[in-house]
Design a protein around this ligand. Structure first.
Ligand SMILES: Cc1ncc(COP(=O)(O)O)c(C=O)c1O
Length: 451
């Protein structure tokens, strides 16, 4: 139904009943039509500056010639092949290139179509690994409250948010644990102590559940849905130590943090901690095809050979490792490496971070790592969403929810575009920083009981 708030110049077709919407129709739902560099346009020709890289995806912009060329060539040569009977050169080359970017211990790559599938694959692999090592009872998966891991049922079950409960019970065997940021927010534990306290609680949880029943601990190195909660120093290293002590696998969900977002190719390198399994996605194809990957150590990969051979990992996905996605990924990884994007990311981050701090001007706190930014705002419990709407009206795309907002500009953003992002953000903050000020009505504020 057309909302009563729909502006009369809405580009949406008048008869909406025959359309199926992937996003709820609202007055500010945009009908995107084209993109170039870091800018988009809607069907009415309105321009948007993308401060979020789509959603942590379009790192190389919307008209990246080498990726477009690689995908086009692959479509002409081989768009698909029998996936049960073989793979393709692009998938092999991409897997090798990803393994070369990752910490050396992660030697084997499994390509899938999206982040949720990668997380599902990591869960299956963790259980399969323990089974092949004679510990079939290790089935439980620990994950953070407030982490986000995807929309399929396994990954959704790991997502420790209260709003997930509306889909009914999750998959059995998931145990949630508190991340440091929640201890800080709810108990006032200082940032300098929260990592140690949270790690201690996780170890107590593993002991209480029985280590012989725990397969893996799955964490985002930086928790997106807490407004980019960067871990306190030493936290991830403590998780590594605890997992090793109890025979539990450590899985990093790097769907957001991976492929350069934090400066290094992966957050594992930024924080100097190597997981047993690592999920990468989003930016890994630059947004030119659905693509994600799970990377694993040789020890984990060994379970693919036993107990029924490679098919012991089934069910896989029809489109997993398909040549078109692989070609997009290979072109993106090649660009990333050959054009030294880690250095470009660091240079842009060094320029943008002070600009964002100036824009914020004490109206909240900024967390920054690489080109990943989280604002925790003082303007009330829906300040993040109001800010995002005020930015959108000014033609800037960011994400906002509850009292936080996040930005993740494309790696190709120029300094002038970075300044434009900071300028629009400042103006939108001027409008919305006080509680109850406009920014538009709040639609998604979840005000969860679980803090
Ligand atoms: C940390 C994290 N993990 C997993 C996913 C799921 O990825 P996808 O939406 O590609 O299935 C997301 C998506 O936003 C994510 O942010």
């Amino acid at each position: 139904m057309l909302s009563p708030e729909t502006p009369t110049d809405s580009p949406w077709p008048a008869d909406l009943s025959s359309y199926c919407f992937e996003v709820p129709h609202a007055p500010d739902t945009v009908l995107f039509a084209s993109g170039k560099g870091v800018r988009l346009a809607d069907t009415a020709g309105r321009p948007y500056l993308d401060g979020l890289s789509g959603v942590f995806v379009t790192c190389f912009g919307y008209d990246c010639a080498p990726i477009v060329a690689a995908v086009t060539e692959q479509l002409r040569t081989l768009p698909f092949h029998p996936p049960l009977h073989g793979t393709n050169p692009a998938a092999l080359a991409l897997s090798a290139a990803l393994a070369a970017l990752a910490p050396p211990a992660l030697t084997t790559v499994r390509l899938v179509n999206g982040g949720s599938e990668a997380v599902e694959a990591a869960i299956r692999l963790a259980r399969l690994h323990h089974r092949s090592e004679g510990e079939p009872g290790r089935l439980k998966i620990l994950s953070h409250y407030h982490g986000y891991h995807g929309a399929t049922f396994g990954s959704l079950s790991l997502t420790g948010r209260p709003d997930v409960g509306r889909f009914g019970p999750g998959v059995p065997g998931v145990v949630h644990v508190w991340p440091p940021d929640c201890l800080e927010a709810t108990l006032g534990v200082p940032h300098g102590e929260s990592g140690e306290r949270a790690a201690e609680l996780i170890e107590r949880t593993i002991e209480a559940e029985g280590p012989e029943t725990v397969a893996a601990l799955v964490v985002e190195p930086v928790i997106h849905l807490r407004g980019m909660a960067v871990p306190p120093p030493g936290y991830l290293a403590r998780l590594r130590e605890i997992c090793d002590r109890h025979g539990v696998l450590l899985v990093f969900d790097e769907i957001v943090t991976g492929f350069g977002r934090t400066g290094a190719p992966f957050a594992a390198q930024t924080f100097g901690v190597v997981p047993d399994l690592m999920c990468a996605g989003k930016g890994v194809s630059g947004g030119y095809a659905p693509l994600a990957a799970v990377l694993m150590t040789e020890r984990i990969a060994a379970c693919l050979g036993g107990d029924g051979g490679p098919y012991s990992f089934a069910p896989t996905h029809t489109y997993a490792a398909n040549p078109v996605s692989a070609a997009a990924g290979l072109a993106a990884v090649t660009l990333f490496t050959e054009q030294d994007f880690p250095a470009r990311i660091s240079a842009l981050a060094a320029h943008l971070e002070p600009g964002l701090r100036r824009a914020l001007d004490g109206r909240g706190t900024l967390r920054a790592i690489g080109l990943l930014y989280g604002l925790t705002l003082t303007g009330g419990p829906d300040a993040g969403e109001r800010l995002a709407r005020a930015c959108l009206r000014r033609g800037l795309i960011i994400r906002g929810q509850d009292d936080w907002a996040v930005l993740a500009p494309a790696y190709i953003t120029t300094r002038a575009e970075a300044d434009e992002i900071a300028g629009i953000l400042a103006a939108a903050l001027d409008e919305t920083a006080a509680p109850g000020t406009p920014g538009g009505p709040s639609r998604h504020h979840t005000s969860p009981g679980l803090r």
